[in-house]
Write a protein that binds this ligand. Sequence first.
Ligand SMILES: NC(=O)c1ccc[n+]([C@@H]2O[C@H](COP(=O)([O-])OP(=O)(O)OC[C@H]3O[C@@H](n4cnc5c(N)ncnc54)[C@H](OP(=O)(O)O)[C@@H]3O)[C@@H](O)[C@H]2O)c1
Length: 291
Amino acid sequence: MRILLTGKNGQLGRCFQDVIKNTELALFAFDSAELDITNAQNIDQVVRQTKPDIIVNAAAYTAVDKAETDSETAYLVNATGPCLLAEQAARLNIPLIHISTDYVFDGEAVEPYKPSDVTNPQSVYGASKLAGEESVTATCDKYIILRTAWVFSEYGNNFVKTMLRLAKERDSLGVVANQYGCPTYAGDLAKAILSICEQHEQDKPLAWGVYHYCGDTPTSWHGFARAIFAKAYELGVISSRPQLKAISSDQYLTPAKRPEYSVMSTQALRYIGVKASPWNTSLSFVLSKLT
Ligand SMILES: NC(=O)c1ccc[n+]([C@@H]2O[C@H](COP(=O)([O-])OP(=O)(O)OC[C@H]3O[C@@H](n4cnc5c(N)ncnc54)[C@H](OP(=O)(O)O)[C@@H]3O)[C@@H](O)[C@H]2O)c1
């Protein structure tokens, strides 16, 4: 089976290339210079060359704060791009696997969000990703949208790497304790996508739709930082643990508003035969790669 992957240099893109290595599947992976998902002609040319059986869109505009002042680019990459990919998927009658975010929710919930819950993004990034979801669902029939959250990996920039850097630079630091979510290892997400591709290859019927793929245990950014420092210290990645102070989001103002509670229910994942990210175990794996 031939898989077309966009955004190959991102966290998910790189992890997907890792997990597919030991399989028989043929991967055609592109970075933004080779395949710009906002360029219809470029997509058409690549699709005609590669003749994919499935498209995996790992490309996105992920600069959450920058998006507040650069909404045009955010919408181009996060809404127009997925729409163009969905048009190709529809033309070829092949599935599109697309990734979205917990930031489509406003964070006012008191229990984990289900995929069918009402969306109400509070940021340009969240709104642009929701527009992407809507364009995919309106354009093709065979799609799986995986909303994910708090993505970390051994690649690129992410919260784990920021905490490790700060641990080396500072004796103490304050981390937001009143925002709750589910950390997700990009490698686990990549494995889930691979499983979907394999099921498609084996002609297993897939339940197309929107799903939540994220970590299996909710925490706060403060709790996540505590877990990172504990494991990193244990593994010798850092030589000392900074004193960790709990602060509120009012004390850490950012251009984009984040949801206070973006915990997502992953129960529906059983319909597509995958399990939520065991982020605690995966954190140890990532830290061991960063030693
Ligand atoms: N990171 C998170 O915490 C998080 C949280 C929730 C959801 N998500 C979603 O999860 C998915 C994967 O995120 P990630 O963390 O792997 O993202 P990432 O590391 O920021 O990678 C995104 C990739 O998209 C590429 N890209 C940007 N514009 C493009 C364009 N016009 N055409 C083609 N490629 C383009 C970038 O390539 P260049 O660098 O070459 O521009 C980059 O390699 C995204 O859909 C994201 O919205 C992420």
